[in-house]
Design a protein around this ligand. Structure first.
Ligand code: PLP
Length: 462
C-alpha cells in the first residue's frame, strides 16, 4: 500500500501542467517519497545527492499531450506541430523520448544540435535558434538540413545567405519577429517588447525588410515567421494578441509581396505551477485551441490559407517531470520580529537551481526520506554557496524534527535546473537520473571534482 503524495494536485487528464509532483510520485508505507517506483532513499544511496531525478513516463506524457493538442486543435487548418525546447533540459535520452512521442526538437547551440543529431534525430525534425549563431552552428544546421533556422536579425540573414551560397545550398529560414507584446512573470524573461536583444521588430519595419531580403536572396527560402513572447505565461490573451500581430504581418506580406509564408511558430512560454499556491495554468489543449481559433479567424477574414503552426514548449513538458533531491546538513534558527525562521542548509543550491536567485522564483519542498515525526515549522531551505541569496526555497513548512542526513525533495525542477547549472564555488554539476517502472539510470552523468581540476592548468599539474 502506498499513498499519493500530500499536496499533489493531480495533473489534468489532458496533460495540463497543474500538478506540482511527477505523476508517479507517491509515499511508500515506510513514509519515503518514491518517483517512478524508486524510493528516494535508494536514489540517494545509489547515485548520491544533490541529484536531479526525471520521471520518464511523466515527461513523455506531457510531450504527448502537446502533440495531441496541436494535432487536434489544428486538424481543420493546415496542421500543428510541437517542437520541444531543448533549452529547458536536453540530453540524448530526452531528445529520444521527445522524438518517440512525435515532437520535433528545438535547439539553440551547436552542442544542443549535436546532441539531437547524435541520438539519430534527423535534421528535418530539428530547429535552430539563437540571436548570435556562430559560423559553425549555421554550417552544421545547413549540413544537417534542419527543418528551419530561426533568423534573428538582418545581419544574420546576410550571414546565413553567404554561408548557404558557399555551400551551394538553400537555407530554410524562419524570421523571428517581435510583436510588442510583453508577457511573462519577470522582466528578464519577457522577450517580445522592443527594448531587448531578440528579433526583428514589426513596429520598426525591420521584420518587413527581413521578409523582402529573404525573398530576394538566392540561397534563402522563407519558410515562416516566428514569435516568442516570454516565459511562464498564464494568459492565453497574451499569446493570441501576439498571434494576431504575426498573422497581420503575414497577410500584408502575402498580399503586397505576392509570397507564400507557409508556417508560423508561436514559440514557447506556457506556464507551470511551481507551488500549490500558484495559479493553475490553462490546459495544454486550451493554449493550442486559443492559437487555433486566432489562426482560424484570420484565415476566414483574409481568405489567405492558414499556415502550418508550431509551438515550442519547454518548461511545460520538462519542469513538472523533474525533482531535485538534497541531503540536509547544518540547521539554525533566527529570531524575527514575527517569530522565528529556521535555515536548513542542503548540499546544493544556486549552482544547481539559479532560478530563485535570478528571478526570485518560488519553490516548495518536502521531507523525502521518512514521515515527519513533528509539526511543521517555518523554514527557509538554503544552499551551501557563499552568497546570502543562495536560496532553494524561500518559505516552506517542514517538520520540526528535520535533521542532518534527512533527504529533502524539491519538485518542478526539471526545466532550467540542470540546463542553467554552474560550477559556482567549484561545485561539480549534479547528474540526472531517469526513473521508470522501478528502474533508475543515469541519463546525464554527474561531474566530479577531478573533472573540474582537470580543466585547471596548474592544479591539474599540466
Ligand atoms: C525561442 C524560444 N522558444 C521556446 C522557449 C521555451 O520556453 P518555455 O520553456 O518557457 O516554454 C524559449 C525560452 O526561453 C525561447 O526563447
Amino acid at each position: 500500500m502506498s499513498t499519493r503524495l500530500e499536496n499533489l494536485a493531480a495533473p489534468e487528464p489532458d496533460g495540463s501542467a497543474a500538478g506540482i509532483w511527477p505523476t508517479t510520485a507517491q509515499r511508500l508505507p515506510s513514509g519515503e517519497l518514491a518517483i517512478g517506483g524508486v524510493s528516494t532513499a535508494r536514489l540517494a544511496r545509489e547515485f548520491g545527492t544533490p541529484l536531479y531525478v526525471v520521471d520518464e513516463e511523466d515527461m513523455r506524457r506531457r510531450a504527448r499531450a502537446w502533440k495531441e493538442a496541436m494535432d487536434q486543435a489544428f486538424a481543420d487548418l493546415a496542421g500543428g506541430n510541437a517542437f520541444y525546447a531543448g533549452k529547458a533540459f536536453l540530453c540524448g535520452a530526452v531528445a529520444r523520448w521527445m522524438a518517440d512521442e512525435g515532437l520535433f526538437i528545438d535547439t539553440c547551440s551547436e552542442a544542443e544540435l549535436r546532441t539531437a543529431l547524435a541520438v539519430g534525430i534527423p535534421g528535418e525534425r530539428i530547429g535552430l535558434h539563437g540571436n548570435n549563431k556562430s559560423r559553425a552552428e549555421i554550417e552544421l544546421a545547413l549540413d544537417a538540413a534542419v527543418a528551419h533556422l530561426v533568423v534573428d536579425s538582418l545581419a544574420e540573414l546576410a550571414q546565413v545567405e553567404a554561408i548557404a551560397a558557399e555551400r551551394g545550398t538553400t537555407a530554410k529560414v524562419m524570421l523571428r519577429v517581435t510583436t510588442g507584446v510583453h508577457a511573462g512573470g519577470h522582466e528578464y524573461i519577457a522577450t517580445a517588447h522592443e527594448d531587448q536583444k531578440f528579433g526583428l521588430s514589426i513596429a520598426s519595419g525591420a521584420a518587413r525588410r527581413a521578409i523582402e531580403e529573404t525573398l530576394a536572396a538566392d540561397h534563402l527560402r522563407l519558410i515562416g515567421l516566428h514569435s516568442h513572447i516570454g516565459s511562464q505565461i498564464l494568459s492565453r490573451e497574451a499569446f493570441t494578441t501576439a498571434a494576431r500581430a504575426v498573422l497581420a504581418l503575414r497577410a500584408t506580406a502575402v498580399r503586397e509581396l505576392g509570397c507564400a509564408i507557409p508556417e508560423i511558430d508561436f514559440g514557447g512560454g506556457y506556464a507551470v505551477r511551481y507551488t500549490v499556491l500558484d495559479d493553475v495554468p490553462p490546459a495544454v489543449f486550451d493554449y493550442a485551441e486559443a492559437l487555433a481559433a486566432t489562426v482560424r479567424a484570420d484565415a476566414a477574414a483574409t481568405g489567405i490559407p492558414a499556415p502550418l503552426v508550431s509551438v515550442e514548449p519547454g518548461r511545460s513538458i520538462a519542469a513538472p517531470a523533474g525533482i531535485t533531491l538534497y541531503t540536509v546538513g547544518t540547521i539554525k534558527s533566527v529570531a524575527l520580529e514575527n517569530g522565528t525562521r529556521r535555515y536548513v542548509s542542503v548540499d546544493g543550491g544556486m549552482s544547481d537551481n539559479i532560478r530563485p536567485a535570478l528571478y526570485g522564483a518560488d519553490y516548495t519542498a518536502t521531507l523525502a526520506s521518512r514521515v515527519p515525526a513533528a509539526d511543521g515549522v517555518r523554514t527557509r531551505v538554503v544552499g551551501k554557496h557563499c552568497e546570502s541569496g543562495d536560496i532553494v526555497v524561500h518559505d516552506v513548512s517542514l517538520s520540526a524534527d528535520l535533521g542532518p542526513g534527512d533527504l529533502v525533495a524539491v519538485p518542478v525542477t526539471g526545466a532550467y535546473g540542470r540546463s542553467m547549472a554552474s560550477n559556482y564555488n567549484l561545485l561539480p554539476r549534479p547528474g540526472v537520473v531517469a526513473v521508470r517502472d522501478g528502474e533508475a539510470r543515469w541519463v546525464l552523468r554527474p561531474e566530479s571534482i577531478s573533472d573540474l581540476l582537470e580543466l585547471d592548468v596548474e592544479a591539474s599539474g599540466a
